[in-house]
Design a protein around this ligand. Sequence first.
Ligand code: UDP
Length: 451
Amino acid sequence: MSQRPDVRPNRIAVLSVHTSPLAQPGTGDAGGMNVYVLQTAIELARRGTQVEIFTRATSSNDEPLVEAAPGVLVRNVVAGPFEGLDKGDLPTQLCPFAAEVLRTEARHPVGHYDLIHSHYWLSGQVGWLARDRWRVPMVHTAHTLAAVKNAYLAEGDCPEPAVREIGEKQIVAEADRLVANTADEARQLVELYGANPDHIDVALPGADLTRYQPGDKLAARIELGLPVHERIVAFVGRIQPLKAPDVLVRAAAKVLADEAALPQPPERPLRVVIVGGPSGSGLKKPEALIELAAALGISDRVTFLPPQPAHRLVQVYRAADLVAVPSYNESFGLVAIEAQASGTPVLAADVGGLSTAVHDGVSGLLVPGHRTDEWAAALHSLFDDPGRLEAMGRAAVGHAANFSWAHTADALLDSYAAALAQSPIVRPRGGNLHTDSNHARSLALWRRRTG
Ligand code: UDP
């Protein structure tokens, strides 16, 4: 039961500098964080906390103020050119962005916002300035960490720049509270970033369980124009090396080759459906995957669909017999929860938040590595046993029910209450310095708490 004291902010400023909650997720820089920011805002507003989300305008058509949902406003801040600014160049625009955030508050009576919640390190840099100015607590969610990302780089992926890690360490030292997506991420914040374990709260992300529900597989396939008599494994997400859709394509090619060599090949051949758009460096374009499928001789067994809005995406999950998430790392992996909530088991890499998002052997399978033979073996083990696959689909719905945005919002309110209780903020001189001694102290505290 929640120990939350009845202290909740009336209105909060949510900072999401580099990507808008109104953008279509599944391509470019828009993904799970966009969904997270919007869905938690909706739930917070339902609980009586108004939310104003500041994001950088990326089109001259962006209205300065948009009501995204009752009690949720999106402020499109002009900071730098609308188009053509690479994510890597965004640190140069943090000053104009911060100036506009401060001006917005200044146009209101004193104390317009009770708390700041920043998402991703770019927003944290702005939040820390606004926090000092407004003298309200700042809560920060990293979503991904450079040190972790760099430890799990896919081949051909660009490492995150050192400046990001420096910026993240500053935010960890400055934020009043940190919200981690999983206990594993909380540990990383302590071990790699020297965070104080007493200032970390874990809020598991969720899925929109009213939208993502089981449904008619046949109807979903017909609606999407997918074959009705084939076995379908789907990949959903941004096409980038970290997400490793190529691991699935290679494994599917092996399964198809193995099955073609059987005296009686299966009547329902395997099809890979890839949903999403290009993002980041490396496997920049779906074209690279198209070329891979051609080189492996399975072009006719792979279908590509562009990024889908949520009402169509649920049909993708229902249409699939299995959803694969082969990522090299995921801070959580919303796709895994959405697929399970839609009644489809998940085959995922045993990394990061996916180990929490999938109940191994019950709602899907976790694969320890990324080798083609182990992924092909996992596909065989599930598709060769349709009864097991069906049972996993049923169990998946039960497992996904543990993850809702309502739960996430309750956990956030707990964190906000703790942050508000910590005020007024008294900051030691040089409080943003990441020193070896405070790192060692944090580690010792963490080990004591976790045994
Ligand atoms: N998504 C979407 N349409 C698509 C592909 C993905 O709306 O075509 C959404 C998906 O529903 C999920 C998010 O993008 O909520 C991806 O989140 P995830 O945590 O899986 O990955 P991230 O993008 O954060 O790395």
